[in-house]
Design a protein around this ligand. Structure first.
Ligand code: FE2
Length: 204
């Protein structure tokens, strides 16, 4: 489906929950799935492995390199579904500046309604990090306002499908892109694509 939508490189980001398994067990499970997929998949899109890493308290003391995208330092983090504390923000800052991960925060639009998180996102934007928005957010009237607010804020943003299956949460990147192009112009899409490729540049 992604191929039909013109996707050239697809990053696969299964959820990593530290309370369910350790990183090495997740990594070998993902390797097994990826090699099974590689035997069946069509030639395109090109596939890269990553993970959507749920935030956890001891992240800063953990080697997260196996969870990064491909062989690079880009790390997709899913923040907690609550109001973020200063210590959470400090941890993200540590991962970005001290550990030099290229941090991407997953589907930021889903955290905006928690008290204080708008301000925290603004504080975090001083770091060299990227915010990811789901294509889905642009396709529904209720979430569109928040997605538009994030675009207009000028943050470095990338679009993701957050696809989980081929039915209720299917690949929908083309629909999202077409809405963004109509509403915000082709330049906005170009900017997102530039940001996305800069996150992958060490892969090729
Ligand atoms: Fe998520």
């Amino acid at each position: 489906m992604a191929n039909e939508q013109g996707v050239e490189i697809q990053v696969l980001t299964p959820h990593y929950y530290p309370w369910k398994e350790d990183i090495s067990s997740f990594f070998s499970r993902r390797e097994r799935s990826f090699s099974a997929l590689s035997q069946k998949k069509p030639a395109t899109p090109e596939l890269l492995c990553g993970a959507e890493v749920a935030y956890f308290r001891h992240m800063r003391d953990t080697d997260l390199s196996k969870l990064c995208i491909g062989n690079g330092r880009t790390l997709l983090i899913e923040m907690p579904f609550e109001s973020w504390t200063n210590s959470i923000v400090d941890d993200i800052s540590f991962l970005s500046l001290d550990m030099e991960y290229r941090v991407v925060l997953a589907h930021v639009e889903r955290f905006m309604h928690y008290s204080g998180n708008r301000q925290k996102l603004q504080d975090l934007s001083a770091l060299p990090i990227v915010y990811q928005i789901n294509a889905e957010a642009f396709l529904h009237f209720r979430s569109r306002r928040i997605a538009a607010e994030l675009i207009k804020s000028g943050y470095p943003i990338i679009l993701g499908s957050d696809a989980h299956n081929c039915t209720s949460r299917k690949p929908n990147i083309a629909e999202g892109r077409s809405f963004i192009e109509k509403r915000f112009g082709a330049g906005c899409l170009d900017k997102m694509d530039f940001t996305a490729s800069s996150l992958l540049e060490e892969q090729f």
